[in-house]
Design a protein around this ligand. Structure first.
Ligand code: NIG
Ligand code: FE
Length: 418
């Protein structure tokens, strides 16, 4: 009996925003907005959403239910960050200066820096330290409204260290829910220099163990000039799919090698970056239902002046998602910062940005059945904002608009400062 009672009610919500499901193109402009709303949850799950007067009538509150007065502010679904590399050791602030002096991302990688430097600083860390490092990043993400995040491996590049990175993602008990992605083919480690196929074979050989130990939900590969080719991406992602993992691809970030089409043809859940994607890449995404994940903070971190073909994606009706790409090259934890960039650099509207950071992001990580929406049956992950309209989150840059974060029906943080 008690477990049927509602354990949480948020009331006096000025505006509650949600989308009816993953949305593409024009539908990204029209969230369902309920004014003077309330929302209830029982345990981890949302039970009722609607105008406040109806909710008080219908709610069956437990005697000790948590009752939160939102004071007329807006409530939105917790942000889903569908692309991060949040488990790593060290930092790379020195490369920022190298980039300012003209070195390119691929130059730095080819000279043993970049991902390879982070691999050196990550390999020796055991699982407990990796969990501590991951949790430190998740804390910052959560304070900025992220309630669910995808986290990739890729800074170990040996079977054991890659699996340890995934064990850290699984082993963390942080409130931010994690989706784990095996990204062994992040780059070719020095011991396999000139033998990228041999390294790929090694990473393919551990796919069955990654799957059988339940270490990952997805597999991903960096399809890029000087890293892995489209054919290598097809080989790895086909093997991952055959092993029972979902697939994703880093494609068209710097050069277009055909990785987007490879991913789409395999039914990948998402293709990410897409800075230099062409019309045929976008058509392939449309045909396969693969979510385009855009990473505007990465574009900044690469000092890249171009932007992905957002207009074309929207006119094709693609369900664009946004992500931080948090990694030591792109030290961005905040989905709010990404949202502001998506508006000011990619020319997306606040409503498009909200869809891209909630329902569509949930689809990119295979969780659109329970994340990204404020609707009965969905996880009670939500954010109370400091203002009455979501528009402020994209309009006012560089401050934290989150007042309270609720994850799985529990109020995790409140009264967040700027
Ligand atoms: O998505 N492009 C590959 N991986 C990351 C960067 C990782 C790194 O530089 O450490 C990305 O941008
Ligand atoms: Fe990435």
């Amino acid at each position: 009996m008690t477990e049927l009672n509602e354990t949480l009610i948020l009331h006096n919500i000025g505006r509650l925003y949600s989308f009816p499901g993953p949305v593409g193109g024009e539908a990204m402009e029209t969230p369902v907005i309920i004014e003077d709303a309330a929302i209830t949850a029982s345990g981890r799950t949302i039970t009722r959403v609607g105008p406040e007067k109806d909710i008080w009538k219908d709610a069956e509150l437990a005697p000790d239910a948590l009752c939160i007065d939102c004071k007329g502010k807006a409530v939105v679904p917790g942000f889903v960050d569908p692309h991060t590399h949040a488990v790593f050791g060290g930092t790379r602030e020195n490369e920022l200066v190298m980039k300012l002096k003209g070195a390119s991302y691929l130059d730095i990688l080819a000279s043993g820096g970049g991902i390879l430097r982070t691999v050196r600083e990550t390999r020796s860390l055991g699982v407990p330290t990796l969990i501590r490092e991951l949790d430190r990043h998740l804390d910052i993400m959560m304070v900025h409204g992220t309630t669910c995040a995808e986290v990739k491996s890729g800074y170990g590049l040996t079977p054991e260290t890659e699996m340890d990175l995934l064990r850290a993602v699984r082993g963390s008990s942080h409130p931010v829910e994690r989706v784990a992605t095996f990204m062994g083919p992040h780059t070719v480690p020095p011991e396999y220099k000139g033998r990228s196929d041999g390294f790929l074979d090694l990473m393919i050989s551990i796919l069955p163990a990654v799957k059988s130990e339940g270490l990952a939900d997805f597999a991903d590969i960096f399809c890029e000039k000087g890293v892995f080719s489209a054919e290598q991406s097809r080989r790895f992602l086909s093997a991952a799919k055959a092993a029972g993992l979902g697939t994703k691809v880093h494609s068209d970030e710097i050069e277009n090698l055909g990785g987007t089409i490879v991913g789409a043809n395999l039914g990948a859940a998402s293709a990410d970056h897409l800075l230099v994607s062409t019309a045929s890449d976008l058509e392939a995404l449309k045909a396969s239902g693969t979510v385009p994940v855009l990473l505007p903070a990465t574009i900044l971190s690469l000092f890249e002046e171009r932007i992905p073909p957002v207009k074309e994606m929207l006119s094709l009706g693609l369900p664009i998602a946004l992500a931080t790409d948090l990694n030591p090259n792109c030290m961005c934890h905040s989905m709010q910062f990404v949202m502001a960039l998506a508006c000011y650099r990619l020319r997306m509207t606040p409503h498009q940005v909200l869809a891209a950071s909630t329902v569509n992001a949930a689809k990119a990580v295979g969780l659109s059945h329970r994340k990204g929406r404020l609707s009965p049956g969905y996880d009670a992950d939500m954010v109370v904002l400091k203002e009455a309209s979501f528009d402020h989150v994209v309009y006012q840059m560089g401050t934290n608009h989150v007042d309270r974060v609720i994850i799985g029906g529990k109020s995790i943080i409140e009264g967040v400062g700027n």
